[in-house]
Design a protein around this ligand. Structure first.
Ligand code: ADP
Ligand code: MG
Length: 699
């Protein structure tokens, strides 16, 4: 139906292979891509000013007649061609100057009326407009003025400005879009069902596309923006809504939630659960008791104590005779969870550790014990996703640090059971309202409280010149018997960036600032066994200060570490910095996070400011979202979010909620999108998310 939209832009008038190739660089392949390539911003060129009022250094739109034109070669630079056109209106005259565009000379005719847009500069004592954009609005004299700037694309209106590849000018791009709209608009069928549009006062598709590229007015541009954003949100919410519907339909496990195993575990913890932990565990328990499969996202700031809640959920599954599995992104973290849960549960349950660095023999043994149900809890990395891993009766899947896994990976593990309950944890929390809409297929629990006695981590920023001050603080902490991390952004030295390698930094510190202390070196390229050994020595305090890459970013929990130095802090993302900072201050001692950076870009400055000002992970995430934008923030691992071209969940939360409501309603009435009014929508959806077919078929 809308098929012609998927044809290549190469067949468009005015686009040869060369331009087509340039357009490909910005992701434009088809007619549809072209129409959905939205302006980066608009310039208001509606306000026409009399020439007499123009001032130096300002940018203006004027309407004037061609009076004189002349072309000459530059005296200073050979082969440099200058076209000068004097234009005038009732109030005065001004020079317009174009460089090296000799063909322009024949464009302009004396007596013609032009609209011109450009910056006024002073040259040789006179004012002139340099290389203005222009539009010829009448071929003849003033007698038949054509004020019809409706048809004008480049001047006298709100003019769109695009991010374009080299070789394509704003002007020619606008013309291409205009031609495409002219040719294809009549074939463009709106895939948003009429009633949804009517109910939400949305422009139709054609009107939206015209007004996003060539707004009739600011109001129309806003409406076009609202409609196109809604469309993106809606398409993005539909699969989530359908998935949620499907999951609720399936028969799950009704777990036995009361039992000694859980009570005994809580009674023997070295601390009291926080109110937030209790509440969230309550939410999880009531989910687990129900015969529908749980799909819950557990959000909580770094070190708010998510692991123990997930462990409790695992014990619920286990005490009813089911197995639980706990997947984490790194081997160090897997080992840490394994050891901690082993010691906390005091041998009451059988736990296995599965990582890819195990020997084949050891792996086989774990496979066997898992399949036979002898292991009640299996903790591991991606290695858990292997085909060979089979469970006897999997009752609960826990995925820790979910943002480190792709959507596909997350879906694999639950398939190893018969609709087990699923608990997903994230330490990059996002504002609750946003989470509810973005993770439309999950229920959400939030731990919004840190364990008792935690203090905010003192966060400081030093320049490289002040670096020794940072290490003064480290020495103080080490002398008191505490431990420290130094985080460094790269392993190898880099000539381009003028940075030492990690090993040299480690050696340098050992000989200067941290001389006399026991240092350790760890990074992701070391063999797993070596990494484990070093972590063990750090936990035993044989190593006082660990020099490391970001392998320590997620989950690592060594409570008596009170100090972290982050070298070249500008090279880390904001959420990442906050994650790193979460490694210290875990046991209530006064703790430090020291950022060393000679800040360069405005974004880097904003990140460091945010670290100094905020300690709450939710706040930090909001800031990070603002600085990076949703696409970058969520990254390609997260659903279609990174594909949002125009919609912004942060600034358009209300619209996102509306889109979610409509999506939920629609899949309830017509889950397979079979009704007539939804046919085009289905087509669009399958084109965007081919996997949607599976959701429909699986039923
Ligand atoms: P995260 O939420 O970042 O995964 P962890 O689960 O690793 O945090 O917990 C951080 C630290 O706080 C761990 O050492 C854990 O044992 C401890 N902890 C968890 N809950 C409490 C509590 N209620 N009181 C005191 N310490 C706690
Ligand atoms: Mg954790």
């Amino acid at each position: 139906m809308n098929e012609s939209l998927y044809t290549s832009v190469q067949y468009l008038k005015g686009i040869g292979p060369k331009k087509a190739k340039a357009l490909q660089k910005v992701g434009i392949r088809t007619i549809e891509d072209l129409l959905y390539y939205f302006p980066r911003r608009y310039e208001d060129r509606t306000n026409l000013l009399p020439i007499a009022s123009l001032k130096e250094h300002q940018t203006y739109t004027i309407k004037a007649k061609v009076l004189v034109k002349s072309q000459r070669q530059s005296l200073k630079r050979r082969g440099f061609n200058i076209l000068e056109v004097v234009v005038g209106d009732d109030t005065g005259k001004i020079f317009c100057v174009w460089f090296n565009q000799p063909y322009l000379k024949d464009y302009f005719k004396i007596g013609q009326t032009l609209i011109l847009y450009g910056k006024i500069e002073r040259y040789a004592g006179r004012l002139q407009m340099n290389s203005p954009e222009f539009e010829i609005i009448s071929e003849e004299s003033d007698t038949k003025p054509q004020t019809g700037s409706q048809e004008s694309l480049h001047t006298g209106r709100l003019v769109s400005v695009y991010t374009l590849p080299e070789g394509i000018t704003q002007r020619s791009f606008r013309q291409i879009i205009k031609n495409t709209l002219d040719t294809y608009l009549s074939q463009l069928n709106d895939f948003l069902p009429y009633d949804i549009r009517a109910k939400n006062n949305l422009f139709n598709l054609a009107k939206s596309l015209i007004n996003i590229h060539f707004p009739q007015s600011l109001e129309f541009q806003k409406e076009a923006y609202r409609r196109l954003s809604f469309e993106e949100f809606f398409i993005f919410q539909l699969p989530l809504a359908l998935r949620k519907l499907r999951k609720k339909d399936r028969p799950g496990i009704a777990h036995q939630i009361e039992g000694e195993l859980v009570e005994d575990f809580i009674a023997n913890l070295p601390f009291q659960l926080t109110q937030a932990q209790k509440r969230v565990f309550g939410e999880i328990k009531s989910d687990m008791a129900r015969p529908q499969p749980m799909q819950r996202l557990l959000q909580g700031d770094v070190s708010s104590g998510k692991t123990v809640v997930a462990t409790l959920a695992s014990l619920v599954a286990i005490q009813g005779g089911y197995q639980a599995v706990f997947m984490v992104p790194t081997e160090i973290l897997a080992r840490q969870h394994y050891e901690k849960i082993n010691s906390q549960s005091r041998g009451k349950i059988s736990i296995g550790l599965l990582t890819s660095s195990l020997s084949e023999k050891a792996k086989k043994m774990i496979y066997q014990e898992t399949k036979e149900g002898r292991l009640q809890l299996v903790i591991g990395t991606h290695a858990l996703l292997e085909k060979a891993v089979k469970f006897k009766n999997l009752g609960l899947v826990v995925i820790d640090e979910q943002h480190k896994f792709g959507v596909g990976q997350r879906a694999l593990l639950p398939q190893k059971g018969n609709n087990p309950d699923v608990l997903i944890m994230t330490a990059t929390p996002i504002p609750r309202t946003l989470a509810i809409t973005l993770y439309g297929d999950l229920d959400i629990s939030v731990i919004d409280e840190l364990p008792y006695g935690r203090r905010p981590i003192k966060t400081l920023h030093f320049s490289f010149k002040q670096r020794q001050k940072a290490y003064e603080i480290v020495r103080e902490q080490l002398k008191k018997g505490f431990q420290a991390y130094v985080i460094y952004p790269v392993i190898e030295e880099s000539y381009d960036l003028d940075m030492m390698g990690l090993k040299s930094v480690y050696e340098e510190l050992g000989q200067s600032e941290l001389r006399g202390f026991n240092l350790g070196l760890i990074h992701g390229r070391l063999r797993q066994r070596e990494q484990d050994e070093i972590m063990l020595r750090f936990k035993n305090k044989e190593i006082q200060c660990l020099v490391s890459t970001t392998v320590l970013e997620v989950g690592i929990d060594v409570p008596e570490t009170t100090c972290m130095v982050i070298e070249y802090a500008e090279r880390f993302g904001l959420s990442q910095l906050h994650q790193l900072r979460g490694r210290v201050g875990r046991a209530g001692f006064e703790s430090y996070c020291i950022l060393i950076s000679d800040v360069l870009t405005p974004e880097a400055r904003a990140r460091i400011e945010a670290m100094l000002n905020y300690h709450d992970g939710f706040r930090i995430a909001e800031e990070d979202l603002r600085i990076r934008g949703p696409g970058e923030f969520f990254g390609s691992r997260q659903h279609g979010l990174s594909e949002l071209k125009i919609a912004n969940p942060l600034t358009q939360l209300q619209l996102l909620k509306k889109a979610k409501e409509e999506a939920t309603r629609l899949v309830r009435f017509d889950p397979n999108l079979e009704m007539r009014q939804n046919v085009l929508l289905k087509e669009k959806l399958l084109q965007r998310f081919p996997e949607y077919e599976r959701l429909i078929v699986v039923g």
